[in-house]
Design a protein around this ligand. Sequence first.
Ligand SMILES: *Cc1c(COP(=O)(O)O)cnc(C)c1O
Length: 383
Amino acid sequence: MKIPFNKPYCQGKELEYIKSAMDFGHISGNGIFTQKVHAFFEQRYGYKRTFMTTSCTDAFEMAVMLMDLQPGDEVIMPSFTFVSTTNPFILKGARIVFADTLPNHPNIDLDEAEKLITMKTRVLVVMHYGGVAVDMDKAVALAKKYNLVLIEDVAHAIDSYYKGKPLGSFGHFAAFSFHETKNISCGEGGLLIINDEKYIARAEIVWEKGTNRSAFSRGEVSKYEWVDVGSSFVPSEIIAAVLCAQINMIDEIQQQRILLWERYFTNLAPLAKKGYIALDDLPDYATNNGHLFYFLMKDQQSRNLLLQYLNDHAVHAVFHYLPLHKSPYYADKHDGRMLPNTQKYTDTLIRLPMFFELTPDAVDFICGIVGQFFEEKQAGYFS
Ligand SMILES: *Cc1c(COP(=O)(O)O)cnc(C)c1O
């Protein structure tokens, strides 16, 4: 049987919680499970205010509505990220200016990003790749210096830290994803984090389709009305119930994923030492949250060969990301700059299976296949 790349984990209480939501007779949004999700993230990580959404993409759309982005405004972000980081800004007619990654890590190169700032730049988006922190002292200083809205894409970065402070607490906005490929999941779901007080009152309205329903639920107004723009960002209590079951397990889930990550790292270190593969170092200021495990090959050809070899030997491994600045949708809108580090990661990166129920034995097996590849191919492909 093939080892899958990902397997969504059900911890066992999901159905019980869904049943409770049904028994309460409240399965639309913003009931007790949604409020439990908000309380969990605000208390555990100190985020100022959180709003559960139907996806991380939606959370960014909500942020974009709140910051009143105008057509022609420029948004700087990495090209090496998922399309969800970009789309919400495009909907508002913003121009995306893609920055390269660092030479030694897939996170955005902030020195390069600074050179891209113009009078029209309104927003800086950083994405903590694999849950490994971007240098947030630098990002926050840039945002201050040029008066930019700072957004953290924390889709990979639950329960990860920069100099001891939780990721998601630095930006004016940040957004989690609870898609089934993420550490904690409810199938599809997201969370908008707002750390800047000035957006919060309006966020309640935008979240609830432009109505003051939240104030109405608290008894602050006698009827609820259409008071602003908004959209349908609130997920059902059934979704929130599933997420509640998952967050009860967060410590076990993180612990297990980090254990698997470290086992991969230890097993593959000898191959890195021989120069067959490269393993990026974790910066001193960052933690590892076991979101994904990757390594780099020398070039695209050898990467593709090893991917094929793994898949032929019952291991589902994958690559990512295809760079957004070269995508069919954006290529002719991009300003033509080459992003060589982004290209390097696109061409040479391999992600190995990583999920809660993966066993240490399976990790050993997978690493054995990688080792076997080099034994068999040693003769020709690598210097
Ligand atoms: C998964 C992911 C998203 C999108 O999450 P959705 O909840 O599917 O919208 C955004 N950014 C990154 C980096 C991701 O990995």
